[in-house]
Design a protein around this ligand. Structure first.
Ligand SMILES: [Zn+2]
Length: 110
C-alpha cells in the first residue's frame, strides 16, 4: 500500500510528462468522436471526444543529438554545398551541440 505522498508524486510526474503535449485528432474516428453518422456508439478509441493525447516525444540522448547534428551537417554539405565549418555551425545552432564535436564527426565521415 503506497502512501498518499507517493501516489501524489507519481501523479505529478505523469502530469509533468504530459504537460504541453498537444491533443491530436483521434485516428480511429478522424476527430469526429463517432465512426459514422447513423447513430453508432461513441468512438471506442477516444471515448467520443474526438481528440487524443499525442505521444510525448522521447528525450534524445546526447549521443543521438550529436549523431543527428553530424548527419544534418553532412546533408547540408551535400545538398547546399556548404563548407565543413559552415555546415557544422548550422548544425551546432540547430541541435545545441558543441561546434567542435560536429566538425570532428564530419571529418570521421570522410
Ligand atoms: Zn475517436
Amino acid at each position: 500500500m503506497s502512501t498518499y505522498k507517493e501516489r501524489k508524486d507519481r501523479r505529478t510526474k505523469e502530469y509533468n510528462a504530459r504537460h504541453g503535449v498537444k491533443m491530436v485528432p483521434c485516428i480511429a474516428c478522424n476527430g469526429s468522436g463517432v465512426y459514422d453518422n447513423t447513430g453508432s456508439p461513441p468512438c471506442w478509441s477516444c471515448d467520443g471526444k474526438g481528440k487524443v493525447l499525442d505521444e510525448p516525444v522521447p528525450e534524445s540522448t546526447p549521443e543521438q543529438k550529436i549523431e543527428g547534428a553530424i548527419n544534418y551537417a553532412l546533408g547540408r554539405m551535400a545538398a547546399a554545398g556548404c563548407s565543413k565549418a559552415r555546415a557544422a555551425q548550422l548544425a551546432a545552432d540547430l541541435y545545441g551541440v558543441p561546434f567542435r564535436q560536429i566538425l570532428v564527426g564530419i571529418k570521421a565521415h570522410g
